[in-house]
Design a protein around this ligand. Structure first.
Ligand SMILES: Cc1ncc(COP(=O)(O)O)c(C=O)c1O
Length: 365
């Protein structure tokens, strides 16, 4: 084959060529996983039971999501047409952006925030407008309001936010929705269970409000890829035109009802995390590391310029944490997922050894 022919690969859209590569640092995670904000323990045993009952014959059929959507909708206090199951919240974000964004539109993002908003927005012809939080990493409410324009089409707010753990109040979210009536306001409640406050009851009441929930965090089903997007019926009709009818597979659909029904298990896990969060915050204070208040199952911690070495050393001691230094306004910061109390006591030992080895503590004392 001639050389010229070899280089004739199809050219992707210019926007795709301009996208940054995003490789979450997965791989060799056989350790205490405090790097991806997953459930660090297990899913409900009821889910394991449901999985064991799946027959080979059942796998030959395309998945039917509507019956499970009705169960999830009832659980959330919504009507079935207001709810779509998705392949994780990531698919919900992707489909929402694909449904609403045109060239010239603006996607408003308070940053630092969840990476996939930028990834999916970059793949569209819209413009990303970032609103940087201050040093306290609190939700930049006033600046976000000031950044709303006629072109604002989507405002994506993780509540609680990652990697900061900060929250927006219900009043602030309602105000944002009313000041941008022409825009979709996505409130991503991936970490809802560790915070306990929600605006899901306003779906269908506030006409431009969408809420996303995931089963990857508190429920411990990240591997099954299950999310929910809830919005007004009129808008969900458009979403369903873009959404694949089969993107939630039948194993995930079989596991969802038992996961939801086992409230005792969820309460136990969330209770563990919330108690462990308080203990771990105290340990960070004793170590003299600056931390940001968090309503989620993780804490952002300032370890300074040796952040890379910090992550490497904790990994060598069997604890994975996530370097967030390249996030806007997060230089020198690592994010540490909160697991059970027992796991976090183990993590504190490694944390203290690492702090001593690198001499990075003492800033708060
Ligand atoms: C704010 C936020 N939304 C969504 C997700 C992804 O959720 P899912 O696993 O359901 O795609 C994450 C994962 O880290 C997240 O932090």
């Amino acid at each position: 084959m001639a050389k010229a022919e070899i280089s004739l690969f199809p050219t992707p859209r210019a926007r795709v060529q301009a996208m940054k590569e995003y490789h979450p640092p997965l791989g060799s995670r056989d350790a205490l996983r405090l790097d991806f904000n997953e459930n660090t323990h297990a899913c409900s045993p009821k889910v394991r039971e449901a999985l064991s009952l799946i027959t080979a014959g059942a796998l030959t059929r395309y998945p039917e999501r509507e019956p499970v959507e009705a169960i999830v909708a009832a659980h959330l206090g919504l009507a079935a047409p207001q709810v779509a199951l998705t392949n994780g919240v990531d698919e919900a974000i992707h489909v929402l952006f694909e449904t609403f964004l045109e060239a010239g539109d603006e996607v408003l993002l308070p940053v630092p925030t969840y990476t996939m908003y930028e990834v999916y927005a970059s793949a569209t012809d819209a413009t990303i407008v970032q609103v940087l939080a201050g040093d306290d990493l609190q939700f930049p409410f006033e600046r976000l309001l000031a950044a709303i324009t006629k072109r604002t089409k989507i405002i994506a707010i993780a509540n609680p936010n990652s990697p900061s753990g900060s929250v927006a109040t219900r009043q602030q979210l309602v105000e944002i929705a009313s000041r941008a009536p022409h825009a979709v306001v996505l409130v991503d409640e991936a970490y809802f269970h560790f915070h306990g406050e929600t605006v899901i009851d306003l779906v269908g009441v506030v006409s431009n409000l969408f809420v996303a929930r995931t089963f990857s965090k508190a429920y411990g089903l990240a591997g099954l890829r299950l999310g929910v997007l809830a919005g007004p019926v009129e808008s969900m009709r458009w979403i369903r035109r873009v959404l694949s009818p089969y993107s939630v597979n039948s194993l995930a659909l079989a596991c969802l009802p038992p996961a939801i029904q086992d409230a005792a298990y969820l309460d136990w896990y969330v209770g563990e995390v919330v108690a462990a969060r308080t203990e771990f915050e105290a340990a960070l204070d004793v170590a003299g590391l600056r931390r940001w208040p968090s309503q989620a199952n993780f804490i952002l911690v300032d370890v300074g310029s040796q952040h890379g070495e910090f992550v490497r050393l904790t990994r060598a001691s069997g604890v994975l944490v996530r370097d967030r230094s390249s996030d806007p306004g997060c230089d020198g910061r690592v994010r540490i997922t909160i697991g059970t109390r027992e796991q976090m006591r183990q993590a504190v030992v490694v944390l203290n050894e690492t702090v001593a080895a690198l001499n990075v503590g003492g800033k708060m004392q």
